[in-house]
Design a binder for this molecule. Structure first.
Ligand SMILES: [Zn+2]
Length: 235
């Protein structure tokens, strides 16, 4: 095989490898985006969970405040009944109110206790949830770091191939280089094998003259149909 053809084949291989690499890099970018989305989801879920707990605690506090307010009201009425000089009718009213408020106080106290118990229970559950949230998040971040390492490796591979490509191009005659670039703009595979008597790129039958020139191996031969560079399998 001629030196020019050897360079063209090497160039074709480098470009194919570069294309695969950019495909893998694009996959990594997509995967990373997906993981970032998962992290955002995990964060949002846990924020919601904390908000749920905060609301429960607030409800318990409100109920406790109601208990205190009712208790204060009862004391106030009792003080009035005990120390103030008030008309009989008002006295009757206040006694009745005290009865009502006491019944309400019992009910409210019971509710407040239940809510406080629920808060304590939920606080325990929340700390478990927080632990698994942190674990899950760390795991996702670790996966992203793994992708970043992989990307670093692929980028180094890419740089090495770019260097190799530049070396090949510097050795390739300008005219072949131009033809290669033109083919590359149209096809992913500018350099192809001959299969039997057909071009490995466009699969059309090659003329006897082309096949003869190929077998002689003195020059770089292109397909008369698609212009791709041709290589014989045993070359
Ligand atoms: Zn062809």
């Amino acid at each position: 095989m001629s030196e020019a053809l050897r360079l063209l084949r090497a160039l074709g291989e480098v470009d194919e490898a570069l294309q695969k690499l950019s495909g893998r890099l694009a996959d990594i970018a997509k995967e990373e985006e997906h993981l970032q989305g998962r992290i955002a989801q995990v964060d949002a879920d846990f924020a919601r969970r904390k908000e749920e707990h905060r609301k429960l605690r607030l409800a318990a506090q409100e109920r406790t405040a109601e208990v205190d307010a009712t208790d204060a009201k009862i004391r106030e009425y009792q003080r009035k009944l005990e120390f103030d000089i008030i008309p009989y009718k008002e006295m009757e009213f206040l006694r009745e109110q005290v009865q009502i408020l006491r019944a309400k106080l019992d009910e409210l106290s019971e509710q407040a206790i239940k809510l406080m118990e629920a808060v304590e229970e939920d606080a325990k559950k929340l700390s478990q949830d927080e632990e698994s949230f942190r674990e899950r998040r760390a795991q996702l971040e670790e996966e992203i770091k793994g992708l970043e390492r992989k990307r670093g490796e692929l980028r180094r591979e890419q740089e090495a191939l770019e260097t190799k490509r530049a070396e090949i191009l510097s050795q390739l005659p300008a005219q072949l280089r131009q033809h290669y670039d033109k083919l590359r703009a149209r096809f992913p595979n500018p350099v192809v094998y001959v299969n039997g008597q057909t071009c490995g790129g466009c699969h059309l039958r090659l003329s006897e003259a082309t096949l003869l020139r190929l077998r002689e191996g003195r020059e770089v031969v292109t397909c008369e149909h698609c212009s791709r560079f041709l290589v014989l399998r045993w070359a």
